[in-house]
Design a protein around this ligand. Structure first.
Ligand code: IMP
Length: 193
């Protein structure tokens, strides 16, 4: 029987991505499925602090082993912004499209388009903490391309590719993406348990 583990997210895109990597040894359930409808506070100043904060919240409140991720897009020409504030870059309750629009505006006069996604996954299992990281380097495009994915995917072109994450299949994105790499490390660890 597969072991149940919570992925502390309300984001259905992320759940779909992670389930497609982890396979069937673990039953990955999202926050909505355990009746957690609130937004978990993310008040840390680093990806690591936020990931740990979310995972601890779930373990304390629901008593189920849990992992949580936090991701940031670091843009060199913007001194690392939006970074840890990537979700609310264009303001509270903004949409993915609002964030993309704001980033393109801030980048309109920038020649250096280098950027990277970084993900930290915090796992709490049997009351112990473990961290897994993943990173992908790339360039910020000048206009959005593609319809798949979410967030900044339509304007992120990973190094070595001509297309954005939004133009790739999920399998292709998972192989090289920040969260894909961090999840592969998480999965290798879980397989040893
Ligand atoms: P989170 O805190 O991990 O949810 O990530 C913060 C923000 O980064 C999200 O709201 C998205 O805008 C963006 N983001 C996270 N992961 C991805 C991704 O795989 N592709 C594009 N944008 C992402």
């Amino acid at each position: 029987m597969s072991k149940k583990i919570v992925f502390a997210t309300h984001n259905r895109h992320k759940l779909h991505e992670i389930r497609s990597i982890i396979g069937s040894d673990y039953e990955i359930v999202g926050l909505d499925e355990i009746g957690c409808c609130e937004d978990i506070p993310e008040t840390g100043s680093t990806l690591q602090e936020n990931a740990l904060q979310k995972a601890h919240y779930v373990v304390q409140k629901y008593g189920i082993d849990c992992f949580a991720d936090d991701t940031g897009l670091e843009v060199d020409a913007l001194n690392g912004a939006p970074g840890v504030y990537s979700a609310r870059y264009a303001g509270e309750s903004c949409s993915f499209a609002d964030n993309v629009e704001k980033l393109l505006k801030e980048m309109s006069d920038k020649e250096n388009r280098s950027a990277r996604f970084k993900t930290v996954i915090a796992l709490i299992i049997d009351h112990k903490e473990f961290l897994f990281e993943g990173k992908v380097e790339g360039q910020i495009g000048r206009i959005p391309h593609g319809t798949d994915g979410f967030g900044y995917d339509p304007i992120f072109i990973p190094d070595g590719y001509q297309e954005t994450f939004s133009q790739m299949s999920l399998d292709e994105k998972n192989k090289i993406s920040h969260r894909g790499l961090a999840t592969q490390r998480l999965m290798q660890f879980l397989q040893t348990k």
